[in-house]
Design a protein around this ligand. Sequence first.
Ligand code: NDP
Length: 342
Amino acid sequence: IYVKHPTGYYEPGVHTKYVEEQLDTDTVPLNGGILVKILAISSDPYMRHRMRDENIPLFAPPLKIGEPLDNFSVGKVIRSEDPAYAPGDYVSGYFTFENYVVHPGNITHVFKFCTKIPKLPGLPMSAFVGILGMPGKTAYQGWLFAKEKAKTSKTLYISVAAGAVGTFLIEYVKTIHPHLKIIASAGTPAKIDLLKSIGADVAFNYKETDIAKVLAEHGPIDIYWDNASGSTLDAALCNMSTFGLIVSCGAISSYNEDQGAVKHFEKVFERSLSIHGFIVGIGDEAKRALVEFEKEIPPLVLAGKIKLREHRFYGLKSAEQALRSVHTGENFGKAVVIVDEE
Ligand code: NDP
């Protein structure tokens, strides 16, 4: 249950609380919908955005004080009054943080949806909140803006590269544009090793290194995938090549605290840069991208070209720790709460 808006970092037990209530899964009214046993819940950085005053407009709906949190999840249908679903079906949806959820069934809205998903060989269902879910779709949709430019580019810099979006992007880009030199940054030595092992040509720890210096040495940067904003974006702006492209995906350095201003915005006109921002799943472009994603990505995942890397938190109660981990950097791979057995 969401109980208080944070200022600064979200704290388990302070801004959310865990409560237990009994639900009779045999008799709970479904009102024409379905009863879903939740298997896995995603923990994503943007959840911090949702912890805010309801009157401040943003792309995602704010969490409401006194109500359960919700996010991208996967589950199994236990009972159904909707002819489109049968018990035993696996579903992906935007569900509340509970063990069992009653859902109205077929909704397509990005922050309310529910849709059937297949069981794929060798993959846990939690893959549908990671490489086959929102973070994978984010990397795929955003890269469509860079795909054409990538053909004639030499260098790509990715910040927050060891996260769910960044690791997908590195492996995907290495598959379709092997000529690109990938420069990647993350915050621990283990994450730097991971980045090198999955195809980053240059990997560095942004906490211990002068970002601008590394980019000057290995750049100029033709494409910058910005997951960080703040001082990281500033360092990138100063090292972009003329006609460079910045894909603005996220701004995690500003979600909890102010980590540096963008001081060199003038580089945008000085170097004729383009900036393309986007939100996954929003807009017609996104809808087209998702159709392509379904065709192109599952075969790459099944062939092991894009690998599942999860940081698993076990039990519904661990959702609080999972939510915090993506801001402290504790997660090594996609942060996911494993709620129940498949
Ligand atoms: P993950 O949840 O996998 O990982 C988050 C990582 O961010 C942490 O592990 C930590 O790693 C890093 N981090 C935390 N604070 C900072 C900081 N101040 N500066 C730099 N890195 C920091 O992340 P995702 O891959 O899911 O998300 C990456 C970005 O993409 C986020 O900005 C997110 O908001 C954005 N996003 C945007 C979407 C869109 O539609 N535009 C959709 C999904 C994600 P480390 O140890 O390296 O510091």
